[in-house]
Design a protein around this ligand. Structure first.
Ligand code: ADP
Ligand code: MG
Length: 367
């Protein structure tokens, strides 16, 4: 299966630049996800790859084939790009049966009837819809309609599968099940897949690689666990990891290999990466589950006092929103007896090894 390579893509709608120099590669046979907030340009990138939208600048390669180039004046029509696509809305035809919906892409390609029957059967089996060939499309559940859309995208054995938020119209339980099935299916047929979603958990659960988008640009690319464990910038820390992030100024005070940083929630000793040692203003980020919360003052570095403003019981853990100075620190406590009450005074410990110092870069803030 080919890789998909997008080079320096630009696209404006009117005066609005919505894709700003996007470069990334979806590797051969891998599951790559474009993750980003609504409006960040994910769908536009996917439509450019499919050939449904014409970029202003840049190149798109599918394997050895240049399918779009602004300088070479190349623009291969969608039907010749070897792509299968599934949309959020499913876009299946209500007046047709399951069979006719799935057979459609083959019928328009004038494939012989017996070959069509064979392929439709195989495709429906892949998505677990065997036996439902004659069912009219409106008599299907949401999950089944989604499977029909998937079977239709796979029926002419595309080399690349593009999926635009395909699970977002399903209820939670079904979404989780389809997530697992989709991943297994992709692993089985090894089709190079580009998946678009705004859902960070979905992206992490499904993907071999993630490209994070923010305001028309790629903010980071990498394996989900690498990005999650070592957020390379403020956007990844905020959007993907949902970390607490505070502005701070580095001081000259050091203790062993830790530097004191005066942040908006108080003074914190942190390990500053080499590249940020000269920066006066930085951001300090920390995960919700790496802060400990208690009624009694703890010993050690980076202990702050605050007041509980909110307590959210989430089953596996309790999330506390604690006011520290003018800021809110979010803390997840998975302890067995977390009974802190609203308005109670508490102590927070932020272990230095869990405080990540990152670049201030306004351009990478999470809206
Ligand atoms: P996402 O899929 O990440 O939510 P989109 O790619 O759909 O983002 O949209 C990115 C930006 O481009 C948005 O500001 C959106 O309003 C704008 N946009 C998308 N399609 C069109 C269009 N056909 N005409 C004008 N503006 C568009
Ligand atoms: Mg979209």
């Amino acid at each position: 299966m080919p890789e998909v390579r997008v080079e320096s893509l630009k696209k404006s709608f009117g005066s609005e630049l919505v894709i700003d120099n996007v470069t990334f590669t979806a590797h051969d046979g891998m599951f790559t996800t474009i993750l980003g907030p609504s409006g960040s340009g994910k769908t536009t990138v996917l439509r450019c790859i499919a050939g449904l939208e014409e970029p202003d600048e840049g190149e798109i390669w599918i394997g050895e084939n240049l399918v779009f180039s602004s300088t070479e004046k190349v623009s291969v029509p969608p039907e010749n790009r070897g792509i299968g696509m599934v949309f959020q809305s499913y876009a299946i035809w209500p007046h047709m049966t399951v069979f006719d919906n799935v057979a459609y892409p083959l019928q328009v390609r004038n494939m012989p009837k017996n070959e069509i029957e064979k392929r439709v059967k195989a495709s429906l089996e892949l998505v677990g819809l065997q036996g439902l060939e004659m069912r009219p499309a409106p008599n299907l559940s949401g999950g089944q309609q989604q499977r029909v859309a998937l079977a239709r995208a796979l029926v002419y054995e595309p080399k690349v599968l593009l999926l635009d938020e395909p699970l977002s119209n399903l209820d939670n339980r079904l979404r989780e099940r389809m997530r697992t099935e989709l991943k297994e299916l992709q692993r089985t047929i090894k089709v190079t897949t580009i998946y678009v979603t705004h859902d960070r958990l979905e992206a992490m659960a499904l993907s071999d690689e993630v490209a994070l988008m923010r305001r028309g640009r790629i903010a980071a690319t990498g394996k989900p666990d690498d990005l999650y464990n070592n957020p390379p910038n403020r956007f990844v820390a905020g959007f993907l990891c949902r970390m607490n992030i505070f502005l701070g100024k580095q001081t000259d005070n050091t203790r062993k290999d830790l530097t004191q940083i005066d942040t908006t929630i108080g003074s914190l000793y942190c390990k500053v990466p080499e590249a940020l040692k000269g920066e006066s203003e930085v951001m300090v980020s920390i995960r919700r589950n790496e802060i400990s919360i208690a009624r009694e003052k703890a010993s050690g570095e980076n202990v702050l006092t605050g007041v509980v403003k909110n307590r959210l019981f989430e089953g596996d853990y309790v999330e506390y929103h604690v006011e520290v100075g003018k800021d809110i620190v979010k803390v997840r406590d998975g302890g067995p007896q977390t009974t802190l009450e609203k308005n109670e005074k508490v102590y927070l410990s932020l272990p230095p090894e869990n405080c990540y110092v990152i670049e201030k870069a306004e351009a990478l803030a999470v809206e």
